[in-house]
Design a protein around this ligand. Sequence first.
Ligand code: UDX
Length: 468
Amino acid sequence: MRIVMLGTGYVGLVSGACFAEFGMEVVCVDKDAGKIARLQNGEIPIYEPGLDELVRKNSVRQTLSFTTDLAAAMHGAEAVFIAVGTPSRRGDGHADLTYVYDAAKDIAAHIKEYTVVVTKSTVPVGTGREVESIIGKLVPRDMFDVASNPEFLREGSAIGDFMRPDRVVIGTHSKRAEAILKSIYRPLYLIETPVVMCDLETAELAKYAANAFLATKITFINEIADLCEKTGADVQDVARAIGLDGRIGRKFLHAGPGFGGSCFPKDTLALMRTGQENNSPLRIVETVVDVNTKRKKQMAQRVIAACGNDVKGKTIAVLGVTFKPNTDDMRDAPSLDILPLLQQAGAKLRAYDPAGMKEAAAMLPDITWCKDAYDALTGSDAAVLITEWNEFRGLEAEKIAALLNHKILVDLRNVYKPEDMRDAGLQYTRIGESEMKSKPQNALAAIHNLGLVDDEADEEISLEKQAS
Ligand code: UDX
């Protein structure tokens, strides 16, 4: 079966390559001729583990191709997926549907036989109906149906998420469209992946509800982390203690600097607007947006506080700038809030990120970009870990301490064991650790550092640490 994927961004390219892997004949279409030429040449414009191999393999066996010619692509295609961008509209947070509606018009002009038009982009409730009326102006109603098939792909693990989804959601009123979509997803059907058949509006809202719920879960544990710091609790243990409850679940309970990325920030805003517009305000989502926005900025203050409330003239090493590991994506990354605030407070920044530096350099001026983590740490006074890339987990505590002039490490992702860091003489702070616990231990690390400790005192310290 031939299908068209309209849009070769993150969703379109991953979905197109995976559908090709399912055995579909997939034609990916984009208006950007340069991008299509690069894709035809095997160049992958996004950093997604495994995508280059999947695109290459399916291009060679001709189950995947790229073109700017939508008319030719649609010839013989039973389904056309709209996978174009739906960015936040400037100023009001609504999803900008210009590209979706332009795509619907373009598709309508080339429907010559019955076609299912499928919105895969994340679109507000009601968009599918609007697409239906746009196409219906040009195409007889029995020549097409519209369906919603939202994706739940995480950047960095998108192919795995596509090939082994928790569920497939298909929204349509048409039995004919349902049959075609089920045959496209047959390989997942065969491994008994749950398929949620529902109507258009339900599928559209389910996507936003999923992302807003996950963003809420993250924001919840972030606020619990702040309370842990005031009450002597540890957020890692709280997260474990509640996550083992099957009704809560262990995932998305990692406290951090706040969520970023191309989805949660824009989708929570768009859903908030949908609620307001329909006189059914989503006050929890509104609060999540507000709390998360403030949190990312508060993280800069956390670094400044760890440096004795003054970073003027100090050099700070930054480990990771992307919004999460295993991606080069900088969209709404916490670093975009944290780093300019540190610079405004007078800090000089030396930064390293395994994949995001090219993209970040255009967004974060006046930063010294380094060749690896130890290079960034060399000659710095303090360090902050913002993104939990695996390669940071292997850094040696002693080496970090030796390279940092003031031996201060702020870990915004709780990557390290506090005792390892403090035993190496680092004043180490993390998210959601009791201040009552971290302050004395950091003071001890500082004393240890300054070499003011003799053998008896060493003995006292270790006894004291055992007591704490
Ligand atoms: C998200 C959804 O997970 C995915 O289903 C949807 O299709 C697209 O949006 P993505 O944005 O790629 O995927 O990444 P995700 O892994 O969800 O992380 C989003 C943000 O939340 C990142 O900034 C991440 O650092 C943060 N996060 C995630 C936490 O702070 N704590 C967690 O426990 C999980």
